[in-house]
Ligand binder design. Structure first.
Ligand code: FES
Length: 81
């Protein structure tokens, strides 16, 4: 895979290499994935779909494990709410 993919993370435009995970794009944007029930910011931990710490809303679908999702052009990612 080659090329650059553009997506938005919490409204911020991000450009990453095609084939990257959404979790990588979130990290590239300087964001974290979600907030715990006690308000702590969480981020990808296992990177293989086991821990669920990387969940975010992707194109309107809540609770997506972003470490398992490849980026796509024009994707909208929300880490809060
Ligand atoms: S980083 Fe563990 S499930 Fe995604």
């Amino acid at each position: 895979m080659t090329g650059i993919v553009h997506l938005r993370v919490d409204g911020r435009q991000v450009a990453v290499v095609a084939g990257s995970s959404v979790a990588a794009a979130i990290a590239h944007a300087g964001a974290t994935a979600r907030e715990s029930v006690t308000g702590q910011r969480r981020t990808a931990l296992c990177g293989m779909g086991v821990c669920f710490e990387c969940r975010a809303t992707v194109d309107g679908r809540a609770q997506q494990r972003t470490c398992l999702l490849p980026v796509a052009e024009g994707m909208e990612v929300r880490t809060r709410g």
